[in-house]
Design a protein around this ligand. Structure first.
Ligand code: DX5
Ligand code: ZN
Length: 221
């Protein structure tokens, strides 16, 4: 199911934090499919961003799904708060807790779509025994923590390998890529089998009047 235009998921990390509600409304109007929310704790990754209270405040500003990328450890104690705040998709790193399978089941139990995130050096084998529990696999094409980094091209091979695993599973699983995605790298990601693209810099560059064209350029991939 890799045919067709990819879902475009603007990462609000690159938006104007003083005007978050407006920014979300603007990218939704510009054609975004999902809102990607990067949650960082200053411990699992070297940066601090958004907590459940902010997600809750933002939720009424858009109708499209909130794709919440949890870069926090331990992650389990925070799942319920993010779900209650309005997270529709919740993705976790295998390194962010001792029992990945339990974490994924818990996300499902809370009524959200579970996802697993692979860092650039995390092997595809981390998906063994977990793939059947998820609705999404997120491949990090930068090391998590900051926007505006360059795409790590070795991750294209990982996208291809995960594409094959998903196809073999016969299940509908979104294959998402995050980090350094621009019109050019987007093309390579889609060719490798990605069905959803996270983009911060490439969407928010140029301000609100540029968002529709920026999103179109990524979809054109
Ligand atoms: C990095 C985040 C990404 C990042 C993407 O930890 O997960 O979502 O904000 O930003 P760009 O598109 O600027 O690389
Ligand atoms: Zn992210």
């Amino acid at each position: 199911m890799s045919a067709g235009a990819p879902l475009i998921c603007p990462s609000i990390l690159a938006s104007d934090f003083a005007r978050l509600g407006e920014e979300i409304r603007a990218v939704e109007a510009a054609g975004a499919d999902w809102i990607h929310v990067d949650v960082m704790d200053g411990h699992f990754v070297p940066n601090i961003t958004i907590g459940p209270e902010v997600v809750k405040a933002l939720r009424p500003h858009a109708k499209i799904p909130f794709d919440v990328h949890l870069m926090i450890a331990p992650v389990d104690p925070m799942l319920e708060a993010f779900r209650e705040a309005g997270a529709d998709w919740m993705s976790v790193h295998p390194e962010s807790g001792p029992h990945l399978h339990r974490t994924l089941r818990r996300i499902r139990e809370l009524g959200a779509h579970p996802g697993v995130v692979l860092n650039p050096a995390t092997p595809v084998e981390a998906l063994d025994w977990a793939l059947e529990e998820v609705d999404l696999v997120l491949i990090m094409s930068v090391n998590p923590g900051f926007g505006g980094q360059s795409f790590i091209t070795s991750q294209l091979r990982k996208i291809e390998r995960v594409r094959r695993l998903i196809d073999d599973s016969g299940r509908e699983v979104v294959l998402e890529v995050d980090g350094g995605v621009n019109a050019e790298t987007a093309k390579a990601c889609v060719a490798a089998g990605a069905t959803a693209l996270v983009a911060g810099t490439a969407v928010f560059r140029g301000g609100p009047s540029a968002y529709a064209a920026n999103i179109q350029a990524l979809k054109g991939a």
